[in-house]
Design a binder for this molecule. Structure first.
Ligand code: ADP
Length: 220
């Protein structure tokens, strides 16, 4: 149905995770209704989100009164109170919200959310741990897991791929990865082309199977 909440997102639980998520959505032009049980949290977000409400989101009637059942997209940012997380999430699924995102803080928590039918379960702490491990390992400047076993890595251009046009390098054959974009010092990101040449201090984006992308990025 075409109503005012079509493009908006309801974020339930405005802690460190839900709060920064809500602010980022707002800064990128998406309307956000924030709900939190804590008075001080709600006050701190007053005027910063499209609307902010203090409520116990485990209460189904309250959620209906707030119109939460009309949102196309919802996020449950409650983590440490697993019971509340599960109760709120199952209400949203009962409303048949087409896109429910929920934060999990442990593996069993994630498993239960998935069993309930949550469309997207996110594990921020587990994912940041993995990510930080990859960052610690060297030349890698940024690491984005795309799916199980596949990743995108930002790194400096290894010497072995410098000063020759991309189409003569056989990067895919030799290293099992693709160099998809380049950023020259002081420049902006551009997709690579067959004739693109890389130099010292260029940053590149590499995609491929995680182990190969990582090996390639660490060659220096
Ligand atoms: P984070 O680690 O992201 O801060 P927390 O789980 O510690 O996550 O915090 C989640 C937020 O959810 C807190 O601000 C808390 O007040 C809120 N919250 C907890 N239970 C409820 C509930 N039943 N209804 C609405 N908000 C809740």
């Amino acid at each position: 149905s075409a109503n005012r909440t079509d493009n908006a997102v309801v974020v339930i639980g405005l802690g460190r995770f839900g709060g920064s998520l809500a602010m980022e959505l707002m800064s990128r032009g998406t309307d956000v209704m924030g709900i939190d049980i804590s008075d001080s949290i709600v006050q701190s977000f007053n005027g910063k989100l499209t609307s902010v409400v203090r409520a116990d989101a485990t209460d189904e009637d309250v959620l209906r009164q707030l119109g939460v059942d009309e949102f196309e997209r919802s996020v449950v940012g409650i983590g440490s109170d697993i019971q509340a997380s599960i109760l709120v999430t199952s209400r949203l699924l009962k409303f048949q919200c087409p896109e429910v995102w929920a934060k999990a803080i442990t593996a069993p928590h994630a498993e239960i959310l998935e069993q309930l039918g949550v469309h997207h379960v996110v594990n921020p702490e587990r994912d940041m741990g993995v990510r930080t491990a990859h960052l610690i390992q060297g030349h890698i400047l940024d690491f984005v897991p795309i799916d199980q076993g596949f990743a995108m890595v930002r790194c400096t251009a290894p010497a072995s791929v410098q000063q020759r046009p991309m189409d003569l390098l056989d990067v895919r054959q030799r290293y099992g990865v693709a160099i998809v974009a380049v950023c020259r010092p002081g420049g902006t990101w551009e997709p690579t082309e067959p004739g693109t040449m890389l130099y010292d201090d260029d940053q590149i984006l590499v995609t491929g199977p995680t182990d190969q992308a990582e090996r390639f990025s660490s060659m220096g």
